[in-house]
Design a binder for this molecule. Structure first.
Ligand SMILES: [Zn+2]
Length: 329
């Protein structure tokens, strides 16, 4: 079951509230991030885990304030009801309402004259900061894109780019997005196919798919150079490499380079992977003594194939029409 990123983000937000409760400190009872651990623990008592289905249950009408209050406000480690309500609002996805109440309350408490306009301004700011990403302009979204940004920003941009690779970097090493070029490419992608690289003001930029980062290292299929494994699966081999050690994967690559194994011979390949999984590198060396010598030699002079690929750039149309380019995952 896939993890719910949204739920994770809500729990993190609710945890900040828990940490701010005066005199409420459970850091002795939990490891690091005690507030988060505390909330997960309480949710667990409601049979709510970190997965998507749990999140759906939590936000559904089946989960009522009273059910959750019994868990959070009674027994050990209990919260006072108002704090609980705030956390409940965040977990339910009603954080905006919770924030709005705070803003109104705080402004009234602090304000003397001009209260109304203060409240109005505070609310306007709040609405602006809570504007759903679907309403952001292209430039705003791209400016907010970085390796740590929220998953909402990534998925909204991905959608707008129609899965084209549109992201250009000023500095690939530092993963600094070039907003101007990226917005241009994003807008171009709505009208035409995109190349794999963009030329802009005399500079050349590789284009990356939204959410892919130049420094991320991906594992290549041992049989197919340049083809990335997805969760250890190779789409070209139609084979799952999970459970095969790194050394054995390198050995398989050497076999492929030597022409001793052919990925189209699926039965043999599967058999070989089974051997690799169950018996490991030593058995492979026994089965393929010549390749074993090469493996040892190349290990000695540090020239073993790495199977690591930094080629996370996009899969846009290649500029050479005769070479359609490799699909990259
Ligand atoms: Zn493969």
């Amino acid at each position: 079951m896939s993890t719910s990123t949204e739920l994770q983000e809500k729990v993190e937000k609710a945890a900040r509230v828990v940490e701010s409760i005066p005199g409420f400190d459970l850091s002795g009872g939990y490891d690091q991030n005690w507030a988060e651990a505390y909330i997960w623990n309480k949710l667990k008592q409601m049979q709510i885990g970190k997965d998507e289905v749990s999140h759906e249950m939590l936000i559904s009408d089946y989960t009522k304030e009273g059910d959750m209050r019994a868990v959070f406000c009674e027994g050990s480690e209990k919260l006072a009801v108002p704090w609980f309500r705030k956390i409940f609002a965040i977990l339910k996805g009603d954080a905006f309402k919770a924030d709005a109440k705070d803003v109104v309350q705080e402004t009234f408490q602090n304000g003397t004259l001009g209260q109304q306009s203060d409240v109005a301004e505070a609310i306007a700011k709040l609405i602006e900061s809570n504007r759903p990403v679907s309403q952001w302009k292209d430039g705003e979204l791209v400016a907010a894109l970085n390796a740590d940004c929220s998953s909402e920003i990534v998925s909204e941009l991905k959608k707008r780019a129609n899965d084209w690779a549109v992201v250009a970097f000023d500095d690939e090493e530092k993963e600094k997005v070039n907003v101007e070029v990226t917005v241009k490419m994003l807008q171009l992608s709505r009208r035409r196919e995109l190349p794999q690289v963009a030329r802009f003001d005399g500079k050349t930029y590789r284009l990356f798919e939204v959410g892919k980062w130049p420094n991320a290292v991906f594992a290549e299929c041992p049989m197919h150079e340049g083809v990335l494994l997805t969760e250890d699966y190779c789409d070209e081999c139609e084979v799952d490499y999970s459970g095969v050690s790194k050394e054995s994967l390198v050995f398989l690559r050497i076999l492929a380079e030597r022409g001793e194994v052919d990925a189209t011979d699926k039965l043999r390949l599967r058999d070989l992977i089974k051997t690799a999984k169950e018996k490991g590198l030593l058995e492979l060396c026994i089965l393929f003594p010549k390749a074993a010598f090469e493996y040892e030699d190349r290990k000695g002079d540090d020239s073993l194939p790495s199977l690591k690929s930094r080629l996370a750039a996009g899969r846009n149309r290649s500029q050479d029409p005769l070479n359609p380019g490799k699909r990259v995952y």
